[in-house]
Write a protein that binds this ligand. Sequence first.
Ligand code: MN
Length: 745
Amino acid sequence: MNESTPKQLNSPLDPDVMYQALEEKIRNCGHPMDLGRIRAAYDMAVLAHSGQKRKDGSPYVTHCVAAADISVDLGLDEDSIIAALLHDVIEDTPLTHADIAKQFGSAVADIVEGVTKLTRVQYTSKEEEQMENLRKMLMAMAKDIRVILIKLADRMHNMRTMAYQTPEKQRAKSLETMEVYAPIAHRLGMQQAKWELEDLSLQYLDPAGYKDITDWLSARMPELESFMSAMEQKIQARLKAERIDASIFCRIKHVYSIYRKMYSQKLPLNGIFDLCAFRVIVDSIPDCYNVLGVIHDMFKPVPGRFKDYISTPKPNMYQSLHTTVIGTEGIPFEVQIRTWEMHRTAEYGVAAHWKYKMGDGAGAVRQGDEDKFAWVRRLLESQQESDASDFFHDLKIDMFADEVFVFSPKGDVINLPAGATPIDFAYNIHSDVGNRMVGAKVNGRIVTFDYTLQNGDIVEIRTSKSAPGPSRDWLNIVKSGSARTKIKQWFKKEKREENVIRGREMLEDELKHNELALEDVLIDEITAPILKRLSFAHVDDLYAAIGYGGVTASRVANRMRDELKALNAEKKSVLDKVSAAAERREEKAKKEGKAVHGILVEGLDNCLVKFSRCCTPVPGDSIIGFITRGQGVSIHRTDCPNYLQRSHDPESEGRWIHVGWAREITDVYVTSITIASKDRTGLVMDIASALNSLNAKVRSLSAREISGLALTVVSLEVHDLSELRVIMNKLSSIPSVTSVTRNGN
Ligand code: MN
């Protein structure tokens, strides 16, 4: 039996007769349904479409009944059949979603509305790449899979009755069916529907090619039929002997599959051998493999043609064993082996879910059942066509959530990120369209620029040569990166003057936050490295870039602040080095013979210097000079009582001057110390031997006794303070010595 032969139309049709047949079919479909409710839908459709006629002269409602009839064949549920009956009322009659919802519930109304949306999608582009977008769009638009299935039923009936349309419409609808609806049926695993849609389309797309094949097939039919019948009997007899309970069906492959083979393999018609396909349906998976063994035992398999879709199902859930074998007289034929369950899935695809798996309840899809269809969506989203020989392009619909598909007025499908606006659309068409955009219309109505595009929207952009160009706000509205880039490019190019001013202001503001002024940082040392790094020739380019948003002001300001910091640090280090060098020069000058008795007098070279007798300073002491009248500078220790007394004397004002010790001193200095101790015998001897042990050059030593206390004054030569301190320490350690002090204190 040939399963793909289209049903013939008898016109004119009586809707009531057709409806009776539909009711009969529903009664026999194995699922109890509320016929009263379905009848009410029919009545509503009859009333709504009254007066409308189809091209063949039949009442319009016959189409609705036919679509419902196909929906029953597809195994759809009660709500779907009601929706199929009403599928054109929103589009073609005054009835609304609310009217349907009131009588049949919002689920039915939603389905009808979904079908209406798909119907409104206009296909005018014929480009192959557009077709894939169209398929994606339809799948994305149909939030409920039943919407797609009813749309398929609708299209199936329209294709079956296409004979009454004009040749132009026949071709257009057939192409659409071939490229959009048949692949969708395939993708949903509905082989039967796919074959029928393909053959119906081919009939109008290549009438001559279609006729060649059907003529050739009918000429060979007696031969093919006797061959098939002989093979069927042979296989059945053998399976019986093997005690395998199997049903065998055979068919001649559908016209389009032969046509495709002719073109894809460039074969003449009589070069195509495997026209016959056998299907063996059994009860269990082990039986499938048993049958395969039997077939391969009976006939010689064609190498490379065995495929195990049971262990590895196709993405659309299809499962079967496929093999091609050589029959008697060398005629090859294909054998598909599957279980009944696999068969139902293959025939009805996702619809099998309703038909056989949803139980025998009311058949209605109840509230909350939507979740049960989530798996269908996931399937659609995850599937990847593994059969590379498949004629059709993959129906990639894995990006539903992220994409939106809209039409240009010419019918091109434009694919944009979800949430895209008319601005995204305009820039997708061309930069000029975006830049000159002054308004947008969606489905004929004016919309705001931030309107969120919906699947299937027809978008029209109004442009003007005197358009002011994009607004900066658009950058916050657009969703696509390419639109954003193009808008920025426009600002970069078209608004340089404005950008320079704006950018400069923005940078100034930003610098202010860093407590900097533009003048602080507008020096070559700071700007040059920044311009070089960003590849700008001039600082105006930098302002312009900030102005149009190519570079952020904060980034530049931070960079400038860092450069300034680095520059200041460098300056300080240079200054430090300069002052260090100056100090070294000064010290060097001090060394070079300007000193008298190891004393340097500020501003006076080679002046007469003498050391005061009151405090006898030695190198290392902090000293100060006093300009005497006619006797040069007398040097005092800064802790000298004379100095401390006279430093505030108004008479001596201006006569105290800074003096210092030269670095290298060769002179010896005379100073005097007083040793206080309890008076005892041998004290002077101890002092003298201590001084001797240190090689101290003693100029004079005198001792006197005041009420039991011995005071010994020693005058001696030392090189500096540290030598003196060693000596004083030594003297302090002499028994009974209570203090050693320098004179003048
Ligand atoms: Mn319709």
